[in-house]
Ligand binder design. Structure first.
Ligand SMILES: Nc1ncnc2c1ncn2[C@@H]1O[C@H](COP(=O)(O)OP(=O)(O)O)[C@@H](O)[C@H]1O
Ligand SMILES: O=P(O)(O)OC[C@H]1O[C@](O)(COP(=O)(O)O)[C@@H](O)[C@@H]1O
Ligand SMILES: [Mg+2]
Length: 529
């Protein structure tokens, strides 16, 4: 019987490094860990780990030949999709979502007979979540489960239309709600959900106004939706239905779902919304309601784990890049110009990192995942001084959650309970001004905060396509009888994940990963510690 390893804090050794990796894999589906760096030099492989998964407690003993099987069984259990047939004994019916062309055959010899055309997804179809086989834990970005970094298949359920469905389309009432902050692409998803529902034959489609509030706030009326009504909503940013934060009272929301006789609920939102969707799904199950709750992950922050990206992220990066370009032009044109851009990202620096990379105009990129000092020999200010001296101008991109430890925090939260961050952009602007004044060097600082411009725009082409697929798949998932799932993209494939698996913790930039190092190579910045 191998010894179990303590799973939380307190010590730092090689075992702990493994522990963090494996624990992260279980908790976040990724070994991209936020683990503190361990200083211990001597590598000593642990033989056993006690790992607490989100739904099961699994003990992996790597000396046990069946550890891989145990891991996979736990994985399959956790990624199994909840279905309404788990609580109801329902008979499926053939789908009404036709992949056949609705035309009379032309007699074209080359045309495939429709009944042989494989257009439906089988419930046993799976996609691999991880495709790289790392030969060693020291390989760049290695995500290992055991000390030898063995190959372990991690399958997830493929998304798409099924041959059998569990709802009578003409009896269905479907509702759509958009929650949290704005995000490019919300309207594209609403539109595709409506189109696809109508293709199945659903006639009763409504929009819930202003997020979860629309379920219980007096005076807010549901909006009937149809193809005609939503046809052009993708041409504008924002949400056609409106969004809101806070006010999520699960039991009241489910009372309202019951009273309105909603059968399918499509919930578009970020990590908070997904937690809300999960609570609604659980409550519906408790009340034995035949309701499918299907989420679609939105957030410009790209901070939802397990998926390649959330819709809106690409567009936000593109827009952020425009702000960087303006900062660059201002800085380049001024005598000793310093352009400073603050970008969103509540707890992760994805927008800042990607916009810095894509613009190619950033000299210093600061993200919350990597701590830095402003003052001192190795601080950011000293580096800016060098840049001004050597090339005459510079551009700094800072993520809103970066360097929070350098600031005073009021501890205040927004209506959803998210911490209100202190303004690192304004703080840096002041610090840079004071620093250059102090050393008697002229500096012309131009500060740009494009915050709401970045997320209020309409989706770009790649996001519009992502929204189309995710929105359509959300509807297919509901008709297939799944509930408590989210429609997303993993490893370039479209899949469904149980919501429980994506609300464990926000995804963050892997500061030891290749992408961050590419960013450092691009900016040429040193360590600021
Ligand atoms: N843990 C939670 N359980 C239930 N509902 C939640 C939870 N966290 C947030 N919500 C609700 O989800 C909605 C959106 O959450 P918020 O954090 O503002 O945005 P996002 O979904 O974009 O992260 C809000 O109405 C909020 O009340
Ligand atoms: O000003 P608001 O609406 O509270 O939004 C601020 C937050 O919204 C975001 O743009 C997105 O957050 P969510 O996806 O969680 O809604 C964050 O980057 C930012 O911190
Ligand atoms: Mg959020």
């Amino acid at each position: 019987m191998a010894a179990a390893v303590k799973t939380s804090g307190g010590f730092c050794n090689t075992q702990q490094q493994w522990l963090h990796s494996t624990r992260d894999l279980f908790l976040h589906g990724s070994t991209h860990s936020n683990a503190k760096e361990c200083k211990s030099k001597k590598a000593k492989k642990p033989t056993s780990l006690r790992v607490k998964a989100t739904s099961t407690k699994v003990e992996l003993d790597f000396n046990d030949p069946s550890w891989k099987q145990n891991f996979q069984e736990d994985w399959d259990n956790r990624f199994n999709l909840p279905r309404i047939t788990d609580i109801y004994d329902l008979k499926p019916r053939p789908t009404t979502f036709s992949l056949k062309k609705q035309r009379t055959p032309t007699g074209d010899e080359d045309s495939t007979p429709m009944d042989m055309w494989n257009g439906y997804v089988n419930n046993d179809d799976r996609a691999l979540m991880k495709v790289i086989k790392y030969s060693s834990p020291t390989s760049a970005g290695a995500e290992c489960i055991d000390p030898d970094c063995s190959w372990v298949e991690q399958w997830v359920h493929r998304a798409g239309p099924r041959k059998d469905i569990y709802y009578e389309p003409n009896e269905v009432k479907a509702a759509i709600v958009t929650c949290g902050g704005l995000c490019p692409g919300l309207n594209d998803v609403i539109r595709q959900v409506v189109f696809t529902l109508e293709t199945y034959g659903v006639k009763n489609i409504v929009g819930i106004p202003f997020g979860f509030r629309g379920f219980f706030e007096k005076g807010l009326k549901e909006m009937p939706l149809s193809r005609n009504l939503v046809e052009n909503i993708n041409l504008a940013g924002g949400s056609f239905l409106g969004v809101s934060r806070g006010g999520a009272k699960t039991s009241e929301i489910v009372d309202s779902i019951q009273a309105r006789r909603i059968d399918m609920l499509f919930v578009l939102g970020g990590n908070g919304t997904h937690a809300g969707a999960n609570a609604i799904h659980d409550e519906c199950r408790k009340r034995k309601l035949k309701v499918s709750v299907v989420a679609v992950p939105k957030t410009i922050d790209n901070d939802i784990p397990l998926m390649d990206k959330t819709f809106g992220f690409d567009t936000a990066v593109e827009e952020a890049q425009r702000a960087i370009n303006s900062a660059y032009i201002e800085a380049r044109s001024a005598y000793h110009g310093i352009g400073l851009v603050k970008l969103m990202g509540r707890s992760s620096g994805f927008i800042a990192m990607h916009a810095s990379l894509s613009s190619g105009q950033v000299d210093v990129c600061l993200i919350p995942e990597v701590s830095f000092a402003l003052d001192g020999e190795y601080g950011v200010l000293q580096h800016l001084e060098q840049l001004i001296k050597n090339k005459g101008f510079c551009v700094v991109c800072v993520a809103e959650a970066a360097g929070q430890e350098l600031l005073q925090n009021s501890g205040a939260t927004d209506a959803s309970g998210n911490t209100i961050l202190s303004d690192i952009g304004v703080h840096m602007q002041q610090k840079i001004k004071t620093h250059f004044k102090g050393i008697g060097v002229h500096a012309d600082i131009k500060y740009i905060d494009p915050t709401y411009m970045v997320r209020a725009c309409r989706a770009n082409a790649s996001d519009a396509i992502l929204c189309t697929v995710l929105g359509q798949n959300a509807v297919h998932g509901a008709f297939a009888g799944f509930s408590g799932i989210t429609s997303c993209i993993c490893n370039t494939h479209y899949v469904y994940l149980p919501v429980t698996q994506v609300i464990t913790a926000p995804k963050r930039v892997n500061h030891k990963g290749r992408m961050w190092h590419r960013c450092l190579t691009s900016t040429g910045q040193p360590d600021f510690r």
